[in-house]
Design a protein around this ligand. Structure first.
Ligand code: NAD
Length: 302
């Protein structure tokens, strides 16, 4: 099948490689020439613009930083919508605002195309390994068309409902993750200050009612979970700046529908302080090392 792939960054390059390896004819475009050249060396075809990449593609996959990039690649000058064949399927895997995804889906449909939002859970390693989770929003028939392609890049493909619901699932999940990571760090901090060592607290809490993914799979204290970024000087992983982006999308979405999300808003301000202090590139579990300071920054700004 002829596929266009636009956005060959940290995530997109691994995802695109998996489509090439599966034998599809993939035409690629990115603003970064080096990223395009790397895909060409791996068997991809190159294009000089998004429109050139998509002019004979049945499916157009995008993996871009934010909603404004997706809208301009789809509908801007030299964009996909001006060139793709009628009925082509747009699969946007970027994490973008729910409202942007819904607006893009409407506009794509008015222009004679079909779109699904298909944001991912899992980082760069999962993208390279074809082990991402996709949360897909869009009509059932569009999901059915997208699924065989998504299966080449991911191990779990879930239909979340209508347009935008994939993004809704993604930001609600990541808001929960941000809050649970901070709460987990606070629990370790308290236990240690009260005299428990981290391993003893882990052994107890990981089998008790406080058990959660941030603790058992991604423990923010070095030791109990050897593969966690805490054992590697908090190298990302999932960067503070990325968590902040997702929390900002979650609180903006909360405003738009009147959801309180008070813990999500607190988490956002804590990660904002951490980002402002120059830790944006560290793994989001680095909050463990900055609990006192981030709390102070938060109360100073309150
Ligand atoms: P990235 O910045 O590494 O890659 C984005 C790519 O898009 C870059 O190569 C950039 O040159 C390209 N680009 C930007 N504007 C363009 C345009 N107009 N035309 C063509 N190419 C353009 O970002 P990433 O880490 O690959 O993340 C991509 C998306 O996936 C983001 O929405 C992010 O929130 C989401 N995400 C990332 C991770 C992660 O761990 N990195 C995990 C889950 C979801």
């Amino acid at each position: 099948m002829k596929i266009a792939f636009i956005g060959l960054g940290n995530m997109g390059s691994g995802m695109c490689l998996n489509l090439i390896k599966a034998g599809h004819e993939v035409k690629v475009f990115d603003l970064d020439d080096a990223a395009v050249d790397a895909m060409a060396a791996a068997g991809g075809k190159t294009a000089g613009s998004a429109s050139e990449a998509s002019q004979d593609a049945a499916i157009i996959v995008t993996m871009l930083p934010a909603g404004k990039h997706v809208r301009s690649v789809y509908f801007g000058e030299g964009g996909v919508a001006g060139a793709a064949p009628a009925g082509a399927l747009f699969i946007d895997c970027s994490t973008i605002a729910v409202d942007d995804a819904r607006a893009a889906s409407r506009e794509a449909s008015e222009a004679g195309f079909v779109m699904v939002d298909a944001p991912v859970s899992g980082g760069v390693a999962a993208a390279a390994a074809g082990a991402l989770t996709f949360m897909v929003g869009g009509a059932r028939e569009a999901f059915d068309r997208a699924r065989p392609i998504l299966e080449l890049m991911g191990s779990k493909i879930v239909h979340a409902g209508d347009a935008g619901n994939g993004q809704a699932a993604k930001i609600a999940n990541n808001m929960l993750l941000g809050v649970s990571m901070i709460a987990t760090c606070e629990a370790f901090d308290l236990a240690q200050k009260l005299g428990l060592d981290a391993q003893s607290f882990f052994d107890i809490a990981s089998m008790s009612s406080g058990q959660n993914w941030s603790m058992t799979s991604y423990c923010p204290v070095p030791g109990p979970v050897p593969a966690a970024p805490s054992n590697n000087d908090y190298a990302a992983g999932f960067a503070v700046s990325m968590m902040l982006k997702d929390l900002s999308l979650a609180t903006d979405a909360s405003d738009s529908v009147g959801a309180g999300s008070s813990f999500g808003r607190m988490a956002q301000s804590i990660y904002e302080a951490l980002n402002d202090q120059g830790h944006g590139g560290k793994d989001f579990s680095v909050i463990m090392q900055h609990l006192d300071r981030s709390h102070m920054a938060d109360s100073e700004s309150a």
